[in-house]
Design a protein around this ligand. Structure first.
Ligand SMILES: Nc1ncnc2c1ncn2[C@@H]1O[C@H](COP(=O)(O)OP(=O)(O)OP(=O)(O)O)[C@@H](O)[C@H]1O
Length: 252
């Protein structure tokens, strides 16, 4: 499989009144095409900042972000967010309240002709099981349905990469579990590459091809669920040196 996304020694930081606050001094990450990667980590460790940098909303102080080998971000160059072919889905759905579902889903297709846009919107609504909801408004839908609309909207322009920032955390436990599985199946079926940020370890194991934990501005590991499970079952002392951290951080 080929690498779709690469973060190469990426430094992300915020300017604050008290000086620069570094979030990641030198982050490395590679995600293969068609894979779903999950970023875990304590609140405030920088997961959303990393997603925002990939989407083009935060500058890179050092290092590079590449998509399909093409430079998206470096200190010298910053491709505009709308030109990155990167879609985003957030925990608060971020739907436009004054637009009906069909217009929300078609929002990223404004430059396409009407017939093509309508066809794509219908296809996306069918994919998320909301074929009949095109004329409804977001406030008429449940949280899970609104998040399905948000997924349809994010995927409508066929992004190369989808970024999901805690998209299920506002939902009740049952809806959350079902929708997480549904989103995984849709992404597998469409072959999309995605990064999911979550606090929920079970969700990460259910969805991901690669799971990583961000701590101290570094990715502590970036492994398949199978490898992580294997390490969790071993006594910490028996885990290979480089993988001891996995066993220690994931042991419940
Ligand atoms: N605009 C900003 N200016 C200054 N500091 C910021 C800004 N945005 C975020 N931070 C700080 O950067 C750090 C990383 O924030 P970020 O939101 O990326 O963390 P996170 O891991 O996504 O947290 P959570 O899981 O709670 O959403 C935090 O310490 C936060 O306070």
């Amino acid at each position: 499989m080929s690498v779709l996304l690469e973060l190469d020694h990426v430094c992300l930081a915020y300017d604050t009144p008290r000086g620069m606050r570094t979030v990641t001094p030198s982050l490395n990450l590679q995600l293969e095409r068609g894979h779903i990667g999950c970023l875990l980590g304590a609140s405030g460790c920088g997961k959303s900042t990393v997603l925002r940098a990939i989407a083009g909303f935060e500058p890179v102080r050092q290092g590079r972000i590449l998509l399909e080998g093409k430079l998206l971000s470096s200190p010298q160059q910053q491709v505009e967010p709308e030109l990155r072919h990167v879609g985003m889905m957030f925990q608060d759905y971020a739907l436009f309240p004054h637009m009906n579902v069909a217009r929300n889903v078609g929002f990223g297709l404004r430059r396409q002709d009407r017939a093509e846009r309508d066809r794509r919107v219908a296809e996306m609504l069918e994919m998320v099981g909301l074929s009949k909801a095109g004329d409804s408004y977001p406030h008429e839908l449940s949280g899970g349905q609104q998040q399905r609309v948000a997924l349809a909207r994010a995927l409508a322009p066929s992004p190369e990469l989808l970024l999901l920032d805690e998209p299920f955390s506002n939902l009740d436990a049952d809806t959350r579990e079902h929708l997480a599985e549904e989103v995984r199946d849709i992404l597998r079926c469409t072959g999309h590459t995605a990064i999911l940020v979550t606090h929920n370890q079970a969700e990460a194991f259910a969805i991901a091809d690669r799971i990583g934990s961000l701590s101290g501005g570094m990715l502590q590991y970036w492994e398949s669920p199978a490898t992580l499970r294997e390490n969790m079952c071993k006594p910490v002392a028996q885990a290979s040196h480089g993988r001891r951290h996995i066993a220690q951080t994931l042991r419940l």
